[in-house]
Design a binder for this molecule. Sequence first.
Ligand SMILES: Nc1ncnc2c1ncn2[C@@H]1O[C@H](COP(=O)(O)OP(=O)(O)OP(=O)(O)O)[C@@H](O)[C@H]1O
Ligand SMILES: [Mg+2]
Length: 308
Amino acid sequence: MAAKIIAFLNFKGGVGKTTCVVNLGACLAYLLGRRVLVADLDAQCNSTFWLLRPREFQRLAGEDPGSADAPGRRRTTWQIYEDALRGTRDFDPAAAIVRGVPRNEHGTELAPFLHLLPAATDLLDVEFGLDGSNVRRLRPALHRALEPLRGEYDFILLDCPPHLHYVTQSAVLAADHLVVPYNPDYLSLSGFKVLCRELRRREEIFRELRPGRPPAQVAAAVVCRHKRVGNVYQGAIAELDSLIDQLRERGLVHPACARLEPPIRDDVRVGEAASEHRPVIHHAPKSIASDDFMALALAFTRHFNALP
Ligand SMILES: Nc1ncnc2c1ncn2[C@@H]1O[C@H](COP(=O)(O)OP(=O)(O)OP(=O)(O)O)[C@@H](O)[C@H]1O
Ligand SMILES: [Mg+2]
């Protein structure tokens, strides 16, 4: 079966996009045996540096990924966009994809089915000073790079930056479905609304660049950092549910759009896991975040397997 390509995005930063991509990806691959590719599209390189130790990245890349003339940039998502802008064909997925992440101190793969397409901080520069023809080349670049990889995976998860600039637009174009990670608070709710509005404003562009396939829509929301104390968080979840209902009625999200259960509870183990360069199921398998991500992975596969 061909991979489903799913982009995690929100107009708001710090809502758990990276945390969801890395930890759902790990649960899907390690516990459910799915073949998963995490593609990091964010110049912050957060999923890259979560899953790779700095020395590991430098070894793979041949140099410091941040340095201006690092040959290693070719082995990152940056090269996909660079090729589109320069008319080159240097992106080589076989060389770029790190197969089996994370690895322990001895280099042993902990999750052989979890693969990573790393990012480079140079992605920061990709979107600056583009004229119209560059933008036209940039938007379909990711779709073209990922299509040949569909046969190798069950899920390709895209970790997007916290905005809707051209790289994120390229993710929307490449994706079959969109997922909105959500922090249970007012600002995150408004980020969700703005995202849906801005996607609608660009619908014509997406239609034109993806003939024959309807533009990807938000098909699920995931609550991250849920706290069970106080009414604020319960209220925020109820508000999210009612927003999804409204957006569904207005056709601004997928007809099957739903909040996936369970919410991921706030857990100090998540931050620890990132600093240990491991998903939380490896770092703290008995933690509440680990339990939640395992349950979420089941809900995620059920939900997306039922969608075309
Ligand atoms: N369930 C959780 N428990 C505790 N901390 C969490 C949880 N989920 C996310 N975090 C923390 O919240 C912060 C933001 O999460 P994350 O980096 O995944 O968000 P993001 O949406 O990818 O951010 P950005 O927009 O900057 O890319 C991180 O420090 C992460 O460790
Ligand atoms: Mg992130």
